[in-house]
Design a protein around this ligand. Structure first.
Ligand SMILES: Nc1ncnc2c1ncn2[C@@H]1O[C@H](COP(=O)(O)OP(=O)(O)OP(=O)(O)O)[C@@H](O)[C@H]1O
Ligand SMILES: O=P(O)(O)OC[C@H]1O[C@H](OP(=O)(O)OP(=O)(O)O)[C@H](O)[C@@H]1O
Length: 235
């Protein structure tokens, strides 16, 4: 197929801010069928198809190469696959959707301020509590990578797809790895980020798939659109 496909987040803060960003840069994204339609276009660019997806699916399909370029959070590229970052090129960080993926512990864990303290807690958790340390998170990949780097292997993750911060108080888990922007949800649930607990700084980015099919003509079409957005594919 010679046309190129742009993926835009299908709802919420990311959709609004993405369409605003494109419009500010002279490209108007249309969604003629309304919020329940997932097909759109860019005014004046007939060979660009716009498709609306959840941000997490945009990351997955950019890595797979079924979407040519799109907007999603850097966190979702790192979380979807360990090969994610190598499968895409960040054409432009967009300056919105800023959030950090962090390790947070209960306020009551006053002696646990750094990852090395958490390593000590994790190593004798089984002897003291008869079970592994439990981490509530939807960021399984990022947690595995960063805890390995910190030399922490004695834990279990408890998958949590929403309201993750409630897990320690409810007894579902002991600590959390979650995304935060203002920190208010963590604070409201009696949780504190470790001083070296920021594992990833994320923001929404315009991202190009490296694994998509880029014959010269299609790549030229992509490069022309990116040029109007003052950025390049990077490959
Ligand atoms: N405070 C925040 N909380 C969560 N995500 C944030 C925040 N600030 C920015 N983001 C970005 O928004 C992304 C989540 O957006 P969104 O909720 O649309 O994702 P989604 O996968 O489409 O969600 P859902 O699965 O509920 O549809 C995060 O991955 C991150 O990149
Ligand atoms: O640091 P803060 O500003 O408090 O933001 C962090 C919160 O925002 C998100 O929740 P949201 O309700 O946006 O989405 P979700 O719960 O569906 O993930 C995220 O899951 C955190 O709970």
């Amino acid at each position: 197929m010679s046309g190129i496909t742009l993926a835009v987040p299908s709802k919420g803060r990311l959709e609004e801010l993405t369409r605003e960003w494109f419009a500010t840069n002279g490209l108007v994204i249309t969604r003629p069928g309304g919020a329940r339609s997932y097909l759109g276009a860019i005014e004046g660019l007939p060979d660009v198809t716009v498709r609306f997806f959840p941000a997490s699916e945009i990351a997955r399909e950019l890595i797979r190469g079924t979407i040519d370029f799109g907007v999603t959070g850097r966190d979702l590229i790192h979380e979807t696959s360990e090969t994610g970052p190598a499968s895409v090129s960040i054409a432009k960080p967009l300056g919105f959707g800023n959030a950090d993926v962090v390790v947070a512990v209960p306020d009551a864990w006053i002696d646990v301020t750094h990852m090395h303290d958490l390593a000590d807690v994790a190593s004798d958790f089984r002897s003291r509590h008869g079970r592994w340390l439990r981490i509530a998170t939807k960021y399984i990949t990022i947690t595995r990578q960063h805890f390995a780097k910190a030399g922490i292997a004695e834990y279990r993750t408890v998958e949590s797809l929403g309201a993750t911060e409630a897990a320690p108080a409810s007894g579902v888990a002991d600590i959390v790895v979650d995304i935060t922007s203002t920190g208010s949800t963590l604070a409201a649930n009696g949780l504190r980020v470790l001083e070296d607990g920021v594992m990833l700084h994320s923001e929404a980015c315009l991202i190009v798939s490296r694994t998509a099919n880029w014959p010269a003509k299609r790549k030229a079409r992509l490069d022309a659109v990116l040029a109007r957005l003052n950025c390049v594919a990077g490959f």
